[in-house]
Design a protein. Structure first.
Length: 693
């Protein structure tokens, strides 16, 4: 065991035990009610080393805060020290932390006071500071999803006082988890903190990098287990607003912005510690017809054509009224995101199942789009109560929805809605019970692209409130996902639409049209050896379609994870995944002939036919498999996003939008239609809820 020196702290404890001001006396103070107890209440005498000798200080704590700092005696002769005595204790009390400025001209006395008070804080929190812990700033790194992450850990008075991520290549939005991890580390004075749900890779890398920094410093063990109390945000147990929105994902944030713009007071409930849901994992492609972007690119499209594609893509089991509302508002959704919210666009292409180029690409993918929306909402003053899970839609005797019951930190909390409740909780791709309830073919353990938060809570909440559910058996698998994690592989997905990639199986043969619907490709892939598909492209295709610029980080990550090979010869690339080399070369030669003649005689590829080199590398192959991606079914709504009950009647003051709803996409959602869905119907929900009477 490592030797621990607690000399100073033991002295603290001894004096503390001997003084009349005992813990029992201290507990006579009113007990903490709402806030968690952090300290053992009492007076803690500590000694600081000043210029002229010891400075005796007494620091008083209640269970929840530091309440007093008294300079009992000192030998400082310099009058300047008075400034430190006057200013520093007051600043520490105000900040409830020793991270305060020193008094100018009295830095030695100031620092001494801060250090001593820090030791009192540690003692009051029951934290033992080991001898090997040396104050300083330590640097450590760990591999994140996007590359190496580096943190700087500040140890002050033997405690973790700051953890700052100084280098990160994680996707925008996921960095929100850094603040949560930092606070948890400071509060527990340890690296024994949870990853942040919905941002596990980014937060996990931060924790590992912090451990690495402390390991390098030689005292990681001292911070390996929690040794402080975590305080829970002190939110009221009961609140009222005009509109209560459940779920801070894409549909929810669009609804919030519109409701606030209409003058409504809005509170959002989010069960995760960070916003963004599944939306921040999306590719960031929005289908829209008759847009200014299309006009600029000379694409001749129409709302009618878009309508036909969505209906055909959904096998005509879609609700045509919803689809009509959807396509008619799509151009406005694009323009609004561009002009009002500030979303930037950079490319137009065609998604599988579409007969025109109407896939509008967002710079920075879904994560950036969500971030831009969220920042906009933040500027409007949006309130989001995190870690708050809705568990019941409350109705009055007349059947009118009046609020939401939720659980936070194990306690029930109530949200009353003056006007309406909007359900925007996303899909159920991560809820095994619901998947099996509606399609017994979905056995446990299936891969899923979805956020761990996509557990279909809203389906059950709405069903219990009497809502009708539609299309619940339509569960979409995305064809090109990580074979280990199920994560969507954006490059493999978009490569088909951009005309960069072709799809082959292990036998080296094409087996489906690359621009087919997702469900068709997924089913076809499921029938291939190992249920795996391989996306092939060469350097020329990559260069011509800007593929590396767009997906460079992901491709690096895939290569490191062994999910992609980049090789100088076709033989080497095929051998990496055990693909039949000779067959594969024949496939490419045949495909090249189709490209030269402008017609794919095998699978009638609608666009993106190109010739591939057999000799000019590098050559790339990405392996992927289908994973559950989108649940088309859900709560029935009308074109005003009002929720409909099982008798076909509107449930008053209850709205829903986004993946929690059903009927828009029929049996199958086309790639790029979810972004349009959350924008069009999210906005409508916000507008209508704000004026509900
Ligand atoms: P959509 O694309 O339809 O907007 P998202 O998945 O992006 O759906 O967002 C849904 C959000 O709802 C997620 O952030 C998720 O954590 C949140 N959520 C799901 N269930 C609940 C619940 N019971 N209470 C509060 N928030 C929830």
């Amino acid at each position: 065991m490592k030797r621990r020196i607690f000399a100073l702290l033991m002295a603290v404890f001894v004096v503390f035990a001997l003084t009349a001001c005992s813990a029992s006396e201290a507990t006579a103070e009113p007990a903490a009610t709402e806030m968690e107890a952090i300290y053992t209440a009492g007076v803690y005498p500590v000694t600081a080393k000043g210029n002229g000798g010891d400075i005796e200080i007494e620091v008083t704590f209640s269970e929840t805060e530091m309440t007093d700092i008294q300079i009992v005696s000192h030998h400082e002769t310099d009058g300047l020290s008075d400034k430190a005595f006057d200013q520093v204790p007051a600043a520490i009390l105000e900040a409830q932390s020793t991270e305060v400025d020193s008094a100018s001209g009295a830095s030695i006395s100031s620092e001494a006071i801060k250090k001593a008070v820090g030791q009192a804080i540690a003692a009051a929190r029951g934290i033992e500071i080991a001898a090997e812990v040396v104050d300083g700033v330590y640097t450590g790194s760990a591999e994140g999803k996007g590359g190496l992450m580096t943190v700087e850990v500040t140890i002050l008075d033997g405690l973790i006082s700051d953890v700052e991520v100084v280098e990160s290549h994680e996707t925008i939005g996921f960095d929100r988890s850094f603040e949560i991890v930092r606070n948890a580390m400071l509060e527990t004075n340890s690296t024994d903190v949870d990853t942040v749900a919905s941002a596990t890779m980014a937060s996990g890398a931060m924790i590992r990098a912090t451990v690495a920094a402390l390991e390098e410093a030689g005292f990681a063990d001292q911070f390996a287990t929690a040794n402080g109390a975590v305080s829970i945000a002190d939110l009221p147990n009961e609140q009222t607003a005009d509109v209560i929105i459940i779920g801070a994902g894409g549909a929810g944030i669009n609804a919030a912005i519109e409701a606030m713009a209409a003058g409504a007071e809005v509170i959002m409930l989010e069960k995760a510690p960070v916003p963004g849901g599944n939306t921040k994992l999306a590719d960031g492609v929005l289908n829209a017809s008759e847009t200014t972007y299309q006009e600029q690119e000379n694409v001749v499209d129409s709302n009618d054509l878009f309508f036909d594609d969505v209906m055909a893509g959904g096998d005509y089991v879609n609700n045509p009224d919803l689809v009509r509302t959807y396509v008619e508002n799509s151009a406005d959704a694009y323009q609004y995101l561009k002009d009002v919210i500030g979303v930037e666009w950079y490319r137009l292409s065609r998604a599988g199942g579409c007969s025109e180029d109407r896939a509008h690409w967002v710079k920075g993918e879904g994560a950036q789009m969500f971030e831009t929306l969220f920042n906009y909402a933040t500027n409007l003053g949006i309130t989001v109560d995190y870690n708050t899970k809705a568990v019941e839609i409350m109705k009055n005797e007349a059947g009118v929805v009046v609020g939401v019951k939720a659980i936070r930190d194990g306690k029930e909390v109530l949200y009353h809605a003056n006007r309406a409740v909007i359900l925007a909780t996303g899909g159920f791709g991560r809820n095994q019970e619901l998947l099996e309830e509606f399609d017994p073919n979905f056995v446990a353990g299936a891969l899923s692209t979805n956020s761990v938060m996509s557990t279909g809570d809203g389906i059950n909440l709405a069903r219990e409130a009497g809502a009708n559910l539609v299309g619940m058996t339509y569960i979409q698998k995305h064809p090109t996902c990580d074979v280990v994690t199920g994560e969507l592989i954006s490059s493999a997905n978009s490569g088909r639409g951009l005309g960069t990639t072709i799809l082959v199986n292990k036998e080296g043969e094409r087996y489906v049209e690359e621009l087919e619907r997702r469900d068709v490709i997924s089913i076809a892939t499921g029938k291939q050896t190992g249920g795996i598909s391989y996306s092939f492209f060469d350097q020329k295709a990559a260069d011509e379609t800007g593929f590396i610029d767009t997906f460079g980080e992901e491709l690096n990550h895939l290569e490191k994870a062994g999910q992609m090979v980049k090789a100088d010869s076709i033989d080497e690339a095929c051998a990496f995944f055990g693909i039949d080399i000779e067959n594969f070369k024949r496939t490419i030669e045949r495909y090249n002939e189709f490209a030269r003649n402008g017609e794919d005689l095998d699978f009638q590829r609608r666009s993106g036919l190109r010739e591939y080199s057999l000799t000019e590398g590098p050559f790339y192959i990405i392996q992927s498999a289908p994973a559950i991606h989108h649940t088309m079914g859900g709560v029935e709504i009308n074109t005003n996003t009002q929720v409909i009950d099982t008798d076909g009647i509107i449930i008053p003051h209850f709205f829903a939008a986004g993946e929690v709803t059903g009927g828009i996409h029929g049996s199958n959602r086309i790639g790029g239609d979810a972004m349009t869905d959350i924008t069009v119907f999210g906005r409508l929900a916000g507008q209508n809820a704000a004026i509900a009477e």
